[in-house]
Design a protein around this ligand. Sequence first.
Ligand code: AMP
Ligand code: MG
Length: 319
Amino acid sequence: MITRDIQLAVDSLDRNDVVGMPTETVYGLAGNAFSEQAVRRIFEVKQRPAYNPLIVHINGFADLNVVASDIPEEAVILARHFWPGPLTVVLKKKSCIPDLVTAGKATVAVRAPDHPVAQELLRRTSYPLAAPSANPFGTISPTSAAHVERYFGDTIPCVLDGGTCRRGIESTIVGFGDDGRPVILRLGSITPGEIEEVAGHVTIRNNAMAAPDAPGMLSRHYSPKTELIITSNPEMTLEMYAGRKVGLLTFSERVPDRPGLIQVVLSDKGDMNEAAAALYAALHDLDQLSADIIVTSLLPETGLGMAINDKLRRAAEKD
Ligand code: AMP
Ligand code: MG
């Protein structure tokens, strides 16, 4: 059930159930981060393997020391600058966070979301919210309440409607080396350049393209049911599928129309922020067409383009 009644969601959370929660990145499947029962339910509903830890959502910097300890100075600087916002920091966890949340790791991933509905929900609950993206494991992330409802329907008590996600792709996950320096573990909404500007330096972990904690195992992710292929020359690739029903997803360029071709352009003016915000909804829409194939091309490998391309590559990965 899609609702705007925040108290309804609070009541479900207080009963250790899980709810759909809007954030500025993607919709989350939220539960009481202090409750093993609620966290187990998140893994169960999402069919997420237990080795893949969850992000814990808090209402602001002041709550960080509730869940994490030994916070390096660089983490303080980054969190103060980017929160509320799409930056997740990985820090030493406190014992109030069940091992289930962190998949047995000594670290916890934390962020403060920049969405009024998520913030109100966090204000009305007396605990932080563990929330992975609100999609079955491996499928396209949800950027509207309708996406979440389509995935989970009556399996969850409600999805809080907070409109379309403004950012549209996941948070950037940053860990800290022994020297306290920031390392990007997963590319996301905040670009490496933005982090470097604030922290003075940043490195991108080699396998940031794969899952941070299970290298290689999760390379297929964000995937439509329809086969998705990446090409550097859409027009030429389309010729191979003449007479077939084809979805075409491009950054800003358009090819001549022809029967059986459905084109989605992410940003006519070539704006990467606009493209990120439109990405998952475009994949959801194209996947609904029952096309024979979806063809896409990559963006320039700069700024937010790096994160968008990472999502596209993983969406195109075969099982
Ligand atoms: P999701 O919320 O579905 O986008 O997934 C959360 C991401 O955060 C996953 O890729 C996790 O591997 C990552 N993550 C969560 N906790 C940690 C942690 N303690 N260390 C490193 N990565 C983490
Ligand atoms: Mg996810």
